[in-house]
Ligand binder design. Structure first.
Ligand SMILES: [Fe+2]
Ligand SMILES: [Fe+2]
Length: 261
């Protein structure tokens, strides 16, 4: 029996849902998100084959699936967008992703989409410039926020000014099978530490990102894996931690580049 999605925000015309319970088997736990506003629908980081069927069934209970307006891919990873072909075939959605990935994503789709269905993957992609931009959805404007090198070279997060949620992708991710808000930051660190040290590119980009987020009105940071940070105290604790974190190339030296014996 699957759990119902978490309702992160709902004011009657604008809704943010978190699906945290769709992965079964060997894949890492992932969160998928649906944002709706006045009859338009954005699906955020839908995942791969593992999540396509359960997610599409859950969405179909709530929205006319065919009419999905956008799919937002924060980056190019398998747990983010490898189900692309199925979404292109079964919905009308346009796919938003970094311009760095626009010519690579068509490798995820099969030729029969073009041959039998006349679907050009590239024509369905909206390539975002490095500075990001606004995404009109219903009567609101979502923001594609730069988060390059956190961890992917072309990486965006999604900021929703209505709910004040920052959907942070892999930033803030924790490898736990739980999507309830973090209560005790110190005891949560071990679930994030190794992942951030290895995947995030460097302390410099963590600091730049944290500085940007401190200037935004954010009530919730919600990552693509694990538990969200809700409220000022938890958000500040995460920003304080991540801007001091040494990670990625900060930690690499000659020992890491040796011909294996
Ligand atoms: Fe990733
Ligand atoms: Fe991820």
């Amino acid at each position: 029996m699957r759990r119902e999605p978490h309702v992160l925000f709902d004011n009657g015309t604008h809704q943010c849902l978190l699906f945290d319970d769709l992965v079964r088997g060997e894949g890492v736990q992932t969160n998928q998100f649906l944002i709706t506003d006045h009859g338009q629908y954005l699906l955020l980081d839908p995942g791969g084959d593992l999540t396509y069927t359960p997610l599409s069934l859950e969405l179909a209970k709530r929205i006319p699936l065919q009419e999905l307006t956008y799919i937002f891919a924060s980056h190019q990873d398998p747990d983010i967008i490898s189900s692309l072909g199925k979404w292109l075939l079964h919905t009308k959605a346009k796919v938003l992703c970094s311009k760095l990935w626009a010519r690579f994503l068509p490798h995820l789709t099969a030729n029969y989409l073009a041959m039998s269905h006349g679907i050009s993957t590239f024509d369905r992609i909206i390539a975002l410039p490095d500075r990001g931009g606004s995404i009109p959805l219903g009567r609101c404007q979502l923001k594609a926020v730069p988060a390059h090198f956190l961890h992917s070279v072309g990486n965006f997060q999604l900021y929703d000014p209505v709910s004040r949620i920052l959907f942070s992708g892999d930033m803030g991710a924790s490898l736990v099978d739980d999507a309830t808000p973090v209560r005790d930051f110190a005891s949560h660190i071990p679930h994030m530490d190794a992942f951030h040290r290895r995947y995030m590119a460097s302390n410099k980009v963590c600091r730049l990102w944290a500085g940007m987020v401190r200037g935004m009105k954010v009530d919730m940071i919600v990552p693509q894996h694990g538990r969200p940070f809700v409220g000022k105290e938890m958000i500040d604790a995460f920003l304080d931690w991540v801007e001091r974190l040494e990670c990625g190339i900060d930690l690499l030296g000659p020992d890491d580049y040796q011909l294996p014996k």
